[in-house]
Design a binder for this molecule. Structure first.
Ligand SMILES: [Zn+2]
Length: 78
């Protein structure tokens, strides 16, 4: 499993937030698979604050190890 699901997008309320990694700066992000809003952390997405003004366009799927090492809590999948 590569895609890690962080729940519903707070911006469009239709898409799913998935963990991705920006390969420009190696930063972990959440991105909506529908509207493509990007968030710097699960906390930012949950509180609907601080969506990225400058979105990263060079992204890859984040790996579980990346997420754990960044200190994010992975939600129960499913
Ligand atoms: Zn969305």
């Amino acid at each position: 499993m590569n895609i890690v699901n962080f729940g519903q997008c707070p911006a469009c309320r239709q898409g799913t937030l998935v963990a991705v990694k920006c390969i420009d700066n190696n930063q972990l992000l959440l991105m909506c698979d529908d509207c493509e809003s990007q968030w710097p952390s699960p906390e930012a997405a949950r509180t609907f604050t601080g969506s990225l003004q400058e979105e990263c366009h060079n992204i890859i799927d984040a790996q579980i190890e990346d997420i754990v090492s960044t200190g994010w809590t992975i939600p129960v999948q499913g």
